[in-house]
Design a protein around this ligand. Sequence first.
Ligand code: TYD
Ligand code: MG
Length: 454
Amino acid sequence: MAKPNTFVCSSCGASFSKWSGRCEACGEWNSIVEQVPLSAGPSSKSLGARRGSTVTLTDLSTQETPPPRATSGLEELDRVLGGGLVAASAILVGGDPGIGKSTLLLQAAAAFARKGLKTIYVSGEEATAQVRMRAQRLGLAEAPVRLAAETNLRNILTMLETEKPQLVIIDSIQTMWADNVDSAPGSVTQVRATAHELTTFAKRHNVSVIMVGHVTKEGQIAGPRVVEHMVDTVLYFEGERGHQFRILRAVKNRFGPADEIGVFEMTGSGLAEVLNPSALFLSERGQPSPGSVVFAGIEGTRPVLVELQALVAPSPHSQPRRAVVGWDGARLSMILAVLEARCGIPFAGLDVYLNVAGGLKISEPAADLAVAAALLSAREDVALPPETVVFGEISLSGALRPASQTENRLKEARKLGFTAAIAPAGGKIGSGGGLKLTRPADLTGFVGEIFGAG
Ligand code: TYD
Ligand code: MG
């Protein structure tokens, strides 16, 4: 009999037959923990020998209507969900402790409840009195949300079967425990078992379930990664603790586009929607200064303008520093290498710092050119022309590639009062609609046109 895989990585969910210090799948250290098998029943009998009931098979051609969606009225949330909440869907909302998940979901619960959805909020972390106090602070005390403070999954499911809600919020999955699983709450085994139970319950009883999951760097508490495969939608709530901006990002969505973001601002009375994120991300921008460049990006289906800031200074270390916040460090190294190899602009002996203002994390390759512009502007101590946005992808050869959705980017720039844009030649750009366009063919051309040197 094959030995079952009883060790699982709490970071990525990969399973192994033996323990090791480092997960081969994701490279995380000390994340592998032993897992107690889910069912203790005998597994020697194959399923095929059992008698079952017939399963109806249908064909693919039948017309299926799109799933009905319930909207909360919180536009930022509805859009990230793909246009509203799909009935019988299971959703995971992950994020660092203290980032505002409970606040967001209490507000969401109230919003859905006010729209007529029968909503239950189950807290395993706070007593109902605490949740109620928070609701009062948020001005939501009148919303018809039912509260429960419970961690035993059996009790919760029993309650749900009698109450028959349309939306259940479980805060958090790490505090829940199934009494048929012999493992501590928060362990991979428990998180997996309870998430599986809740997901199955959602499908079987036509209830939408939103689960909160804390992410921690250490493998101690099971990260919600193991749950990601089970649910329909995975949202991450991100942001810097010291910043008031919070970004809700769809990383997986069976019912809508992934990579969609919703922007919120943490205020004294809860999370406020930010309907025009560009204005917010640019609000702290002062006079044009060396190293500062505005990138016209696309987040999900929406254009977002954001300021990139670079600082380049002589390094006192033999190994110069490369520090990035909000962008990919490997991508920065690549841009530096291309600038050096193709344009002859060395960064050796210089410390390089790059920051995306406002706490946004950018993953688009179209930011390449804006990053290069910020680096050069900082290195040469020359500010870019004022009111200019930059975007475009840089290839290793030093050639520039046009970015997708150029029109949308330019439109957003115009809307926010920008007067010029730098984007690669090629691709479809109309007249620019009043924006002064600079369209270099390659990186050398770009350096020449903007900084007057090759
Ligand atoms: P919380 O939702 O409890 O975070 P999580 O559930 O992700 O652990 O939010 C915690 C932080 O949010 C806390 O530090 C205080 C802050 N906060 C506000 O600034 N304003 C508010 O109205 C509320 C409710 C919380
Ligand atoms: Mg919480």
